[in-house]
Design a binder for this molecule. Structure first.
Ligand code: SPV
Ligand code: MG
Length: 433
């Protein structure tokens, strides 16, 4: 008698006894085809897997219960089911609730067309990839692993979200915050060490008066208590000859990318209205800095992102495009095209043209002034990384000023008790073991 066909959809990033249980049950029913979720399919609803598709495919292909492994390109099974037409689909009974509920209903409906059956073994308790991942994270978040994480995210996700962090506490918000929207877990992918907010936190202007040693020291505080990638704002990178030492410090701390802007002279924040005395570097000279970093970085995954200031200084599209070509050829891994307009029109006019270039590299946006732009529109226009560059400090400052004002006005602090978090909560916020 012809052996029955059994379909099992899996991510299988970290194989555990729960997976083996499912595969064993499936193999008793017939020949097992695993629909292995691609990295993109996984990233569409949760964190990217540790192992890439090919690595996961090889592992599964060598398990005795598995006959065949095929890619499953979406969380939804139906496309693959219509091709494979399995007699059975096997899945743990945990998907009756939560994000996969709809997927399950669609599987049942699709199977009806050829009288296939859904088999749901009892979910293996107290073990899941998430539990194992958290344990591994505690043991293995070495700087080397951390450096590579941003590149991997950019290769896998449709957009990588970075948020400004100016101290360890903001780093912890970025590390731990999860928001559920339409059953999808949303979270920030990493931190931005901003020259503006790092300087402002120290009560100093954003003109490089906070030097790199001080900047690296504040970022180290954040690195101590977090595991996500960090992108470092290096202004114009400083002196060419000093760059290798900065890169060494950053890599040693586990930083994933350096962003350098193509300006010279006394640093002035790009969002200042008056940019009269702001000068851009010559593209060839700035390219030397990019090349220097590429040569001295220890890990190829440590990214150099070139930030083009042509729109900021009023030089316009053609200048920006010419520079993008030059910086890409010099070895930049991505381009940040900066703008202080209140719409994304000028950066989109840039991406539209640059997308056609054979030297195209991923684009980065900092939507501080054009904050109405949605991430979905950035994605459509070829942007891979979005940096929310200053919002946490802008949120914290008025809240603190308000509390201080109310204490002065009332001659006591009682009136603000319901506007601030209880002391107990602050104490429990920080892990102490
Ligand atoms: C920063 O956050 O320090 C930046 C972005 O460099 S901007 O303030 O727009 O220049
Ligand atoms: Mg800056």
């Amino acid at each position: 008698m012809k052996k029955k066909i059994v379909y099992v959809g899996l991510s299988a990033d970290i194989l555990h006894k729960g997976h083996i249980n499912i595969l064993k049950t499936a193999s008793k029913l017939g020949k097992v085809t695993v629909g292995l979720l691609t990295d993109e399919a996984i990233a569409s609803y949760k964190n990217i897997p540790y192992l890439n598709f090919e690595q996961r495919r090889i592992i599964l292909q060598n398990i005795k219960f598995v006959e065949k492994v095929i890619p499953q390109k979406t969380l939804d099974y139906v496309q693959n089911l219509k091709i494979v037409k399995p007699d059975f689909v096997v899945h743990g009974d945990d998907w009756k609730k939560g994000i996969q509920k709809k997927t399950r209903a669609r599987v049942i409906k699709a199977l009806r067309a050829w009288s296939g059956k859904l088999i749901e073994p009892k979910y293996t308790k107290n073990i899941s990839s998430t539990i194992i991942k958290n344990k591994i994270l505690e043991l293995t978040s070495t700087p080397q692993n951390r450096v590579s994480r941003l590149k991997r995210l950019m290769e896998t996700k449709n957009i990588v979200r970075i948020l400004e962090s100016h101290n360890s506490l903001t780093g912890l918000i970025i590390e731990n915050l999860k928001v559920k929207k339409k059953s999808i877990d949303l979270e920030f992918d990493g931190m931005w060490s901003s020259s503006l907010t790092d300087s402002a936190t120290k009560g100093k202007p954003d003109n490089s008066s906070v030097d790199f040693s001080s900047r690296v020291s504040s970022l180290n505080d954040m690195m101590d208590v977090t595991t996500k990638p960090l992108v470092f704002d290096a202004d114009n990178g400083g002196q060419l000859e000093h760059l290798p030492f900065l890169v060494r410090s950053l890599e040693r701390s586990g930083v994933s990318a350096i962003i350098m802007e193509d300006k010279i002279g006394l640093k002035k924040n790009s969002l200042f209205k008056n940019q009269k005395n702001t000068k851009q570097d010559k593209p060839e000279i700035f390219s030397k800095k990019i090349k220097k970093i590429c040569k001295t970085r220890r890990s190829k995954d440590f990214m150099v992102i070139a930030r083009i200031e042509s729109f900021i200084v009023g030089k316009g599209l053609n200048d920006a495009l010419k520079r993008a070509e030059t910086y890409s050829k010099a070895g930049a891994d991505a381009i940040l095209i900066h703008s202080k307009e209140n719409t994304p029109n000028e950066i989109f006019s840039f991406s539209k043209k640059f997308k056609k270039s054979k030297n195209f590299i991923p684009l980065v946006s900092v939507p501080s002034t054009y904050s109405k732009v949605y991430e979905k529109d950035l994605i459509k226009n070829g942007f891979k990384l979005v940096i929310y560059a200053n919002q946490l400090l802008r949120a914290a400052y008025p809240a603190m000023e308000f509390a201080a004002t109310k204490i002065l006005e009332n001659g006591r602090s009682f009136e603000i008790e319901n506007k601030i978090i209880p002391i107990k909560k602050i104490i429990n916020l920080i892990q102490n073991d």
